[in-house]
Design a protein around this ligand. Structure first.
Ligand SMILES: *[C@@H]1O[C@H](CO)[C@@H](O)[C@H](O)[C@H]1NC(C)=O
Ligand SMILES: *[C@@H]1O[C@H](CO)[C@@H](O)[C@H](O)[C@H]1NC(C)=O
Ligand SMILES: *[C@@H]1O[C@H](CO)[C@@H](O)[C@H](O)[C@H]1NC(C)=O
Ligand SMILES: *[C@@H]1O[C@H](CO)[C@@H](O)[C@H](O)[C@H]1NC(C)=O
Length: 212
């Protein structure tokens, strides 16, 4: 048991070091353009993209815990726990999908953008990691930024603030929030960074253009 925990912490430390350390390599992120900017949010159009996703087993109800364990599974995949034993570069942000109400049927899941080199042909994950490959279509996303640590006790407030701003701006137009049974938190920095942390809350929206 102790060995497992040590091993987990070791991986997490190494992963985070790679992820956000002073690497000479630029960390890749999914490509988008900003199509609308408001005071406290923006609308981005993301290009189609491939993601690898770790869904939590049912019963989990902590964003922080789900993110840690999901990230650990994704990290094993990119370090070679896939059917091709391929090593993939780490990317940012790490996304965590969160059910917006306790009664929601949606489960927590953690996602990582597949590094550009493997976008068209991501390797299958080792079955015991229970990861899913996802192909996202072009998608419009409303994004609100917030600083500090994303935590169990502050993320819902950020989600509600974004919903409230969107309700004001989308009122009377043909644009809409696609689904509010869940929302997504995007994290860009390692946990040891305690200043200038960047996080975002994401909600899928539609009706802004013909393509999203
Ligand atoms: C969008 O993705 C497609 C295929 O995945 C790629 O060919 C195209 O260059 C990308 N466009 C941008 C702006 O990144
Ligand atoms: C993974 O291996 C299979 C079988 O050898 C091969 O067909 C496929 O192209 C490989 N995929 C990648 C992403 O390298
Ligand atoms: C947002 O859009 C993407 C791409 O279409 C989709 O895969 C994802 O499931 C959507 N997320 C939510 C929370 O609806
Ligand atoms: C956190 O991530 C953001 C976005 O990638 C970056 O601009 C910022 O410099 C990072 N903060 C630190 C302290 O590394």
């Amino acid at each position: 048991m102790e060995t497992t925990i040590m091993c987990f912490l070791y991986y997490l430390f190494i992963a985070i070091f790679h992820f956000f350390g002073n690497s000479v390599y630029a960390i890749e992120s999914p490509k988008y353009i900003v199509i609308q900017t408001e005071l406290d949010f923006e609308i981005r159009l993301y290009n189609e993209s491939s993601w690898i996703s770790a869904t939590s087993s049912s019963g989990t109800n902590s964003f922080e815990q789900s993110t840690k364990t999901g990230f650990h599974r994704l990290y094993q995949y990119i370090r070679g726990a896939n059917l091709n034993s391929s090593k993939l570069a780490i990317t940012a942000p790490i996304l965590t999908r969160i059910p917006s109400t306790i009664s929601s049927e949606v489960s927590y899941s953690v996602r990582m953008y597949v590094s550009p080199h493997f976008q068209g042909k991501p390797p299958q994950s080792n079955p015991e990691l229970k990861l899913q490959l996802e192909k996202w279509k072009t998608q419009c996303i409303a994004v609100r930024k917030f600083n500090g640590y994303a935590k169990d006790d502050n993320i819902n407030k950020e989600f509600e603030a974004l919903v409230s701003s969107l309700n004001k701006h989308l009122d009377g137009t043909s644009t809409m929030m696609q689904d509010t049974s869940s929302y997504t938190i995007a994290q860009y920095n390692a946990s040891f960074r305690n200043t200038e942390r960047v996080n975002e809350v994401w909600i899928n929206v539609s009706g802004f253009r013909t393509d999203c």
